[in-house]
Design a protein around this ligand. Structure first.
Ligand SMILES: *Cc1c(COP(=O)(O)O)cnc(C)c1O
Length: 350
């Protein structure tokens, strides 16, 4: 008789929102609509795609646009169907079943889910109580446990705390592991290690078009590393992993440096607004703490976060409850106002 694998018993799959809300501040997407100029180029790009043909297996043009934008060699880039695909490819490419991979918790839950689904052994290294990372502790844990792959987000989702470039490079130099820095939110900060890749044979960076570039819907991410690592991923990935439409739309967004940089500044400014107001409310009520962060969202620490999460849901506002933290994506002025009004009401009542 066919029997499902035991890995489904623990039911640890990623949870997504299934309810309908009026306001979505739960998935760290961009709130900025694409400018008309870009939309028009995209429509022309779409019209030129031959949908009866398979896409370019190497996604060369969009990868070139990426390499150009970040000023790195094309041979150091591979595109994926979102970074989520690349995360699972890392385990398939660089590890053998039963080997150890490490995360620094709390962090993006897909790392653990993906690693476990690939039959890897998970080592969880704790963050400090203030959600910063003790690099010495991580290095020791990696060495003691013979960790093959260390993966973390920087800035971190869900905490929004950043780890300096210098510290990431120490991890690469001393942990003995393949160090994967998931820089999904690095456009909102400035400590990328992408330019250090030539100096490290064990450093890999992940980037995505889903957050700062406002294209979560097209599922496009990139892995950046030295050529032997990139070639290994290329040899394992499925041939047509990035569809033709995403290749065309991704290329257009990446080449629009000025417009995207303006959007990034607007997103940061929105996050600063929400953060400032929440800090004020926190000082007034003492009911929660605001983590000092650097991404496009604000993360709160409080007792009974599920009550606040549920209250916001009843107000039609989706935020993310994860690792016991409440994560709120920066939104439009109106969305932020609705969120803040609901928060003020909730904490006044409490
Ligand atoms: C959102 C997010 C991703 C997902 O990227 P996709 O390219 O949309 O798959 C990856 N890593 C982190 C830390 C994220 O928050």
């Amino acid at each position: 008789m066919f029997k499902l694998s035991d890995k489904f018993i623990s039911n640890n799959s990623y949870t997504t929102n299934e309810r309908k809300y009026e306001i979505y501040l739960d998935a760290n997407e961009s709130f900025i609509p694409l400018p008309n100029e870009i939309m028009e180029e995209m429509i022309d790009g779409f019209n030129a795609v031959s949908l009866n043909r398979y896409p370019d297996p190497m996604a060369a043009e969009v990868s070139e646009a990426f390499a150009k934008r970040y000023d790195i060699p094309l041979s150091n880039v591979v595109a994926g169907n979102g970074s989520d695909e690349l995360i699972s490819l890392l385990f398939a490419t660089f590890m053998e079943p039963g080997e150890n991979f490490a995360t620094i918790s709390p962090d993006f839950s897909m790392y653990e889910i993906s690693g476990r689904n690939s039959h890897m052994n998970h080592i969880s290294i704790e963050k400090n109580a203030d959600f910063t990372i003790d690099v010495d502790r991580v290095i020791t844990a990696c060495r003691e446990n013979d960790v093959k792959l260390l993966i973390f987000s920087n800035p971190c989702n869900p905490t929004s705390v950043g780890l300096s470039r210098e510290k990431v490079l120490r991890l690469a130099a001393e942990s003995g592991a393949l160090v994967v820095a998931d820089e999904a939110y690095m456009e909102f900060w400035d400590e990328s290690v992408i330019d250090d890749i030539p100096d490290y044979e064990n450093l890999l960076v992940l980037k995505t078009c889903s957050k700062a570039f406002g294209l979560a819907g097209i599922r496009l991410g990139f892995a950046i590393a030295n050529e032997p690592l990139i070639n290994a991923i290329k040899s394992i990935k499925s041939p047509y992993n990035v569809n033709s439409i995403s290749q065309v739309l991704g290329k257009i967004i990446l080449l629009h440096k000025n417009l995207t940089e303006q959007s990034i500044r607007d997103i940061i400014s929105s996050r600063e607004d929400v953060e400032r107001e929440l800090l004020e409310l926190s000082a007034k009520t003492g009911a929660f703490k605001v983590i000092n962060g650097v991404a496009n969202f604000v993360t709160l620490v409080m007792d009974s976060p599920e009550n606040f999460h549920g209250y916001l849901a009843d107000c039609g506002i989706a935020v993310r409850l994860t690792s016991g933290l409440v994560r709120i994506t920066a939104g439009t002025k109106e969305e932020n106002e609705s969120l803040l009004a609901a928060a003020r009401k909730y904490f006044a009542k409490e």
